[in-house]
Ligand binder design. Structure first.
Ligand SMILES: *[C@@H]1O[C@H](CO)[C@@H](O)[C@H](O)[C@H]1NC(C)=O
Ligand SMILES: *[C@@H]1O[C@H](CO)[C@@H](O)[C@H](O)[C@H]1NC(C)=O
Ligand SMILES: *[C@@H]1O[C@H](CO)[C@@H](O)[C@H](O)[C@H]1NC(C)=O
Ligand SMILES: *[C@@H]1O[C@H](CO)[C@@H](O)[C@H](O)[C@H]1NC(C)=O
Ligand SMILES: [Cu+2]
Length: 175
């Protein structure tokens, strides 16, 4: 029974380890006056992750071509999203471009370019962090959910930590 609880814990923890929700703009969300180039440079977008847009009623989200991104062109978006909250799955590697089609908003900074990298290759070496890695999450077993997680949990060491925590909890329950 304690065993089952521990296994369940590991199963619940697994998706958290491998998929990241990237809340666009962090706590600022999708709005004017935010530098999304700066925001994106602090993120690693991996296939399987999600891009989450949250915004007020004056905004929406268009996925566009690179040309339209460069020129703030709003015609013929590749895809349009609206409603205030959109979760977009990053299914393929490569570049993706977004902007807010509300007049004037793109030129006020509401444009986002991201580069999605594949996480293929079980034989690939562990990612040597050339980019500044975000601070490690607080190690707190009572923390329920990493809200708006912007950090990446896919390293082997984090997996080990998860396993150790899981087994630790199992023993705690047994004793
Ligand atoms: C990402 O968002 C989805 C939908 O809001 C949620 O079900 C999932 O638990 C989130 N994942 C993480 C790692 O925060
Ligand atoms: C946004 O941030 C990037 C990188 O930090 C910087 O190069 C760029 O000049 C900034 N853009 C604006 C409009 O401030
Ligand atoms: C990762 O490390 C390898 C070998 O140590 C090196 O060849 C490669 O350029 C590095 N990649 C990055 C992105 O730093
Ligand atoms: C864990 O988090 C709770 C509430 O967020 C806090 O009260 C507690 O001190 C934390 N424990 C550790 C070990 O950080
Ligand atoms: Cu807008």
């Amino acid at each position: 029974m304690a065993m089952a609880a521990a296994l369940l814990l590991l199963l619940l923890a697994a998706p958290v380890i491998y998929a990241t929700n990237h809340t666009v703009g962090g706590s600022s969300g999708w709005d004017t006056g935010v530098n999304y180039t700066a925001w994106a440079s602090g993120q690693t977008f991996t296939v399987g992750d999600y891009l989450v847009f949250t915004y007020g009623s004056t905004h929406s989200v268009d996925q566009v071509t690179q040309t339209n991104y460069d020129n703030c062109g709003t015609s013929n978006p590749t895809k349009s999203y609206s409603g205030g909250s959109n979760t977009i799955a990053l299914t393929t590697s490569g570049s993706m471009y977004f902007l807010c089609p509300t007049i004037g908003h793109c030129s006020q900074g509401m444009k986002l370019a991201i580069s999605v990298v594949s996480n293929s290759g079980s034989t690939s070496p562990p990612s040597n962090s050339s980019s500044p890695s975000p601070p490690p999450p607080p190690r707190n077993s009572s923390s329920s959910s990493p809200s708006g997680a912007t950090s990446k949990f896919c390293s082997m060491s984090h997996l080990m930590v998860g396993l150790v925590l899981g087994f630790g909890m199992m023993f705690a329950l047994v004793v």
